[in-house]
Structures are given as C-alpha cells and as structure tokens.
Write a protein that binds this ligand. Structure first.
Ligand code: ATP
Length: 345
C-alpha cells in the first residue's frame, strides 16, 4: 500500500496527485447475469481524498460494480476491500465504512428531513453526534430551512439532495454516488458537487457515476472509463486528453459520398449518411476539400480534443448525456480507426 502523505488532500488531489492511502481496492471483478457478461475483470482503486468519476454508457457495468463494492451483490470472481475490511467476507463491517446513494432515492417520506438524517446516522453507528451532524449536512446541501418538513413534501431536487445527504451523514470513508444529479436543476447540481468536494477534502474516497461531462470537469475527478464490463482508461482529464487525442470533423451528407473524397479524406461512415474524418481538418478545411460538392454537406461538427472525444476514442462510442450510444464505429474504436487511417489517434 502506498505511504500516506501528510499534504493537505486538496493539494495532493488537485495539484500534485501524489498517492495517498488506498481506501477502496477492487480487483478482477467478474459478474455474469445468465448470458450477459456485466463485468469482465474490472479493477478499481480509490485513495483518501480522491474523487473517481466512473464514466460509461448505459449497460457498461457501473451499477453492477457499485453494488458489488457495497456488498449488495456477490461477484462471480474478484476481491473488494475498504480499508482493511474484506467486503465479501464481512459486508456488515464494510457497511459502516461506506455511504451509498443508489439511483433510486431511498428516503422515508413520512419522516422529516431531520428524522431521515438522524435515522441514517444512527443506522451507521453515530451516537448523540447524529443530531448536530444532521443539521450540518442539511446546511451543506441547502436543506437547513427544510429540516422539519416531511420528506413527502419536498420537491424532486430537494429529495435528491436529502438522499445524498443520508449517504454522507456518517462521514463514510468511502462514498459512492450513482448518478446523483439526474433530474436535478443547476442549483442542486452545484450544491451536490460542492458537498462531494468538501467530503473528499476531509479525506473520504468518492466514487461518482455520471453521464454528464461538465460535472466530471467541475469535480476535478480522476476519470475511469468503463465499457462492456471493463475499465478501458483512467487518468485526469488532462492526461486522458493528451493520451487519447482525437481531432477532426464529423459531417452528414444529403446524397452519396463522392468516392475520391472518401479516400482522400480517410472518411469513415459512422451512421446514416454520417461520416467522420480524423486528423488535422476543421470545418473550413472540409468545405474547401469538398469544393464543388460542398452543397452535399448538411451538417459539419468539429471534433475537439476534450472529454467527449476521449470517450469516443477509447470506446468507439459517443457518450450522450443520457448515456445512450448514438454512434458506433463499424466494429473498430475511433482510436483504432484513427490509427488505421493515419489520423491523430
Ligand atoms: P446505466 O448507466 O444504464 O445505469 P450501468 O453501467 O449501470 O448502466 P449495469 O446496470 O451495471 O450498467 O448493467 C450492466 C449489464 O448487465 C447490462 O447489460 C444490464 O442489462 C445487465 N444487467 C444488470 N442487472 C441485471 C439483472 N439483474 N439481470 C440481468 N441482467 C442485468
């Protein structure tokens, strides 16, 4: 295990990214549901004060992974530990170290905000400190004025915030949030992100799944891209963008692609009348290359080296904000396509 650093967490996480003590270690996770291979040997480790954002399309295996780590689902193979506790051997001890907010909200509608928070605090082993802690967490998530309101009378966004607050009320060593901001408005998103960052600064390890890329940027998280049950890439946004640089254009046509252009551009068909050409080509360059055929173009989009194109390069698919695949790459990842086209992978 790497040595614990004495640097403040915010400094180690944001600036130096030195290794801190490992809180979560999951290795070689395999899970099949009948014929469906949900996890195919996935690994994940998260250190103290670190936020890891799990990024993947619908069905990539994120929820399955979180459920196994939380001791709620048995894997077919693999190991999970939180601190010194083996989750598979002792899920009850692990549960005390863990806070999890699954996708479905799990708060008690007949209890007030305060009662919900105190109840979850008590379940997690907090004594009298659960009372001030309930108030503190409620304030952090903008629920202070609503402490004595029944959960059934909260708005959707307020209910989501309470759901997350219940997961972090006992200051877990490991916090896992599964798409906590789905359906949340901008203010709710900001409050949730700030609360998560605060918890990480206090030393918790955080696993955060989302389909929403601006959130990953706001969290300043280490990004783990998971696809088809495997971890395909991990790094900071800057590292991933540098490593999986993908540049070029995506365009759609009204009519047939002129064959001579297809080969000179190295364009690959990626959907119905949709093409992608990788390399040092922008919108103006494409228009000039089309020349007399420019009226065939119905849309042109520049691919920039950002998280979205990293995801495309690593998995061969786009990550829409709802996580659904919108574009495939003819059985080859975009990175592979780029390499075989002589473009910039
Ligand atoms: P999403 O972003 O939609 O929440 P995910 O990345 O969390 O997706 P999982 O829910 O882990 O994905 O699902 C991984 C795969 O396992 C999918 O193909 C899914 O259909 C399948 N799966 C999940 N749960 C079950 C189950 N109980 N029985 C059968 N198949 C399942």
């Amino acid at each position: 295990m790497p040595a614990t650093t004495s640097l403040p967490n915010w400094l180690s996480r944001r600036c130096l990214r030195v290794q801190t003590a490992v809180v979560l270690q999951a290795a070689g996770l395999i899970k099949n549901y009948g014929d469906v291979q949900a996890l195919r040997g996935a690994d994940l480790d998260v250190g103290e004060g670190q936020i890891v954002s799990l990024l993947g399309r619908n069905g990539a295996g994120k929820t399955t992974m979180l459920s196994i780590i939380a001791g709620l689902l048995a894997p077919d193979a693999g190991s999970v530990s939180i601190g010194d506790v083996d989750v598979l051997a002792d899920p009850e001890a692990a549960a005390k170290l863990l806070g999890i907010a699954p996708q479905e909200t799990g708060i008690y509608p007949i209890l007030t905000v305060r009662q919900n928070l105190e109840f979850f605090g008590e379940l997690a082993g907090l004594g009298a400190s659960r009372r001030p802690r309930a108030v503190e967490v409620a304030d952090q998530l903008g629920l202070g004025p609503l402490l004595d309101r029944k959960a059934s009378q909260l708005s959707g966004g307020e209910g989501r915030r309470l759901h997350t607050a219940c997961a972090l009320v006992h200051r877990p060593r490991l916090l896992m949030l599964d798409e906590p901001t789905v359906g949340a408005d901008v203010a709710t998103r900001l409050q949730l992100i700030e609360a998560v960052r605060q918890l990480a600064e206090d030393g918790a390890a955080v696993v955060y799944t989302t389909h929403y890329l601006p959130e990953v940027e706001a969290l300043d998280a280490d990004i783990v891209i998971i696809d088809e049950g495997q971890v395909r890439a991990r790094g900071t946004q800057e590292q991933l963008v540098a490593e999986h640089r993908l540049q070029g254009v995506r365009f759609t046509l009204d009519g047939e692609m002129p064959p001579e252009l297809a080969s000179s551009l190295g364009a690959v068909e990626v959907g119905d009348s949709a093409y992608r050409a990788l390399g040092d080509l922008d919108m103006r360059g494409l228009l000039s290359r089309f020349g007399d055929h420019a009226d065939l173009l119905t849309s042109v989009e520049e691919l920039r080296p950002d998280l979205e194109t990293v995801f495309l390069a690593v998995t061969g698919h786009r990550l829409d904000s709802d996580g659904s695949p919108s574009e495939a790459t003819n059985n080859a990842s975009a990175g592979q396509a780029a390499a075989s086209e002589g473009g910039t992978p």
